[in-house]
Design a protein around this ligand. Structure first.
Ligand code: SAH
Ligand code: SF4
Length: 368
C-alpha cells in the first residue's frame, strides 16, 4: 500500500522545501507553492499555474491540500460573528469562528474533536474526547477564515494590497489579524500539533500572524505551561481560572484535581517570569456561583502580584449545565472590585453571537 498522502498544511515552509528537495525539485518551486497556499490561499493544484506541471504531478500523486468543507455556517444577528462547522476527512466536525470585534478580524480555532477535560459548563467538555487535530487541520481553519474574508462584505479592516502581477487581481482583501485557540478542545493536551500549527501560522512569508496575534487558551495543563515557559514560545497565553480556591475550581473544572490551583499559579508565575509576558486569566461568570464580591476579592488577591488581565465571560447556557449567566450589573461590580481594590485590568467579553450559540462546542452539538 502506498503511504497516505501528505497534507501540505501540515508542513512548515522549511519542511515543504525539504520535501520538494528530496524529489529533486528546486527551492524556487517550493517557495511558489508556499505563496500559493498562504498568500493566494489556493485550494487546488489547478489554481497554481506557476508551479511546473511535473512538480504538480508529483504533488497530486503524494500530497493533498487538506481544506475543510463547510458543513454548516451561521451568522449572528448583529453580523459580527460567523460560525462554521467544518467537516474533517474522517467525518468528524469541528467549529471555527470568524469574529469581527473593534474592526479586527479574529479566527477562533479548535485544537481537538471534543475535549477530555470535562468542564461542567462547556458544551465541548460535555461531548467528551474523540481525537487530537493534526497541525494541518488547525492551520486549515485559519486558512478557511482568511479565505472567507474575501467574500465577507464590509469588514472594517485596512486590508492588504495585492502586488501587481500576482496570480490574483489587484484588490483589497481584508486580512486575518488574530488567531485564538479557544474553540473546541484543550490546546496544551495536543501540544506538539498546536505548536507546529502556530509555527506555520506565524511564518512571515505566509499568514504572518506574529507573537502578538496568536493566543493559546488552556484549562491549566501545568506541564504544558512549563514547557511553553521553557521554550519561550512567542504567543499570548490565556489561563481559564473560573474560581480562586481549589475546592470551587475543582467543582467546575475537573482537570483542577490533576493540576491543583497552587501548582497552576506557580506555573503561571514561572511562565510570566521566563517570558516577561502577562497572562490573560479567563473567568466564566456564572450567576450565584463565582460572581460575588467575595469571589472578585479572592481572584484579586490570587493575581495581586502577577502580570495579569482578567477576561470575564458571562456564561453561554448549554444543555448539559443548569447555570445562568451573571447579569451585567453584577459583572460590572466584579470588574470594579478588580480595578479599584487591586488595580487589576479586566474586560467583559461582549456576548455577541449568543443567538447562534457561540459558546465553544455549541454549534457542533446543535448541528453535528
Ligand atoms: N480548552 C481551552 C480553550 C477552549 S475554551 C480552555 O478551556 O481554556 C475557551 C474559553 O471558553 C475557556 O475559558 C472556557 O472556559 C470558556 N467557555 C467554555 N464554555 C463556555 C460557556 N458555555 N460559556 C462561557 N464560556 C465558556
Ligand atoms: Fe475543554 Fe476548555 Fe471546554 Fe474545559 S472549557 S471542557 S478545557 S474546551
Amino acid at each position: 500500500m502506498p503511504p497516505p498522502p501528505i497534507n501540505l498544511y501540515d508542513l512548515t515552509r522549511g519542511e515543504l522545501g525539504q520535501l520538494l528537495g528530496r524529489w529533486g525539485f528546486s527551492s524556487v518551486h517550493a517557495a511558489r507553492l508556499w505563496n500559493y497556499l498562504y498568500l493566494e490561499l489556493a485550494d487546488s493544484l489547478a489554481a497554481m499555474p506557476e508551479v511546473p506541471a511535473k512538480v504538480r504531478a508529483r504533488l497530486a500523486a503524494e500530497t493533498l491540500i487538506g481544506r475543510l468543507p463547510t458543513a454548516l455556517e451561521t451568522d449572528s444577528a448583529d453580523g459580527f460573528t460567523r460560525k462554521y462547522l467544518l467537516a474533517l476527512a474522517d467525518g468528524e466536525r469541528i467549529e471555527t469562528v470568524l469574529m469581527r470585534f473593534t474592526g479586527r478580524v479574529t479566527a477562533c480555532v479548535s485544537s481537538q474533536v471534543g475535549c477530555a477535560m470535562g468542564c461542567v459548563f462547556c458544551a465541548t467538555g460535555q461531548m467528551g474526547y474523540t481525537r487530537h487535530l493534526t497541525p494541518g487541520e488547525i492551520v486549515a481553519q485559519a486558512v478557511h477564515v482568511a479565505r472567507a474574508l474575501r467574500t465577507v462584505a464590509g469588514v472594517a479592516d485596512p486590508g492588504v494590497q495585492r502586488k501587481p502581477g500576482s496570480a490574483t487581481p489587484a484588490t483589497t482583501i481584508p486580512r486575518l489579524r488574530n488567531v485564538v485557540l479557544m474553540g473546541m478542545g484543550e490546546p496544551l493536551h495536543n501540544y506538539d500539533a498546536v505548536m507546529q500549527a502556530v509555527d506555520i501560522l506565524r511564518d512571515s512569508n505566509g499568514l504572518a500572524l506574529g507573537a502578538e496575534r496568536i493566543t493559546v487558551s488552556t484549562v491549566g495543563v501545568v506541564p504544558g505551561i512549563l514547557r511553553l515557559a521553557a521554550e519561550k514560545r512567542p504567543m499570548h497565553l490565556a489561563v481559564s481560572l473560573h474560581a480562586a480556591t481549589q475546592e470551587e475550581r475543582a467543582a467546575l473544572v475537573p482537570a483542577a484535581k490533576k493540576w491543583p490551583l497552587d501548582e497552576l499559579m506557580a506555573a503561571c508565575r514561572t511562565y510570566s517570569t521566563a517570558t516577561g509576558r502577562r497572562i490573560f486569566y479567563e473567568w466564566t461568570l456564572i450567576e450565584g456561583k463565582n460572581d460575588s464580591v467575595e469571589n472578585a476579592r479572592a481572584v484579586g488577591r490570587l493575581l495581586q502580584d502577577l502580570p495579569a488581565q482578567v477576561n470575564l465571560i458571562p456564561l453561554n447556557p448549554t444543555a448539559g449545565y443548569g447555570g445562568a449567566p451573571t447579569r451585567s450589573e453584577a459583572a460590572k461590580r466584579f470588574q470594579q472590585i478588580l480595578a479599584h481594590e487591586f488595580a487589576l485590568p479586566s474586560t467583559v467579553r461582549q456576548r455577541r453571537g449568543i443567538d447562534i450559540a457561540a459558546g465553544c462546542g455549541q454549534l457542533a452539538v446543535a448541528g453535528g
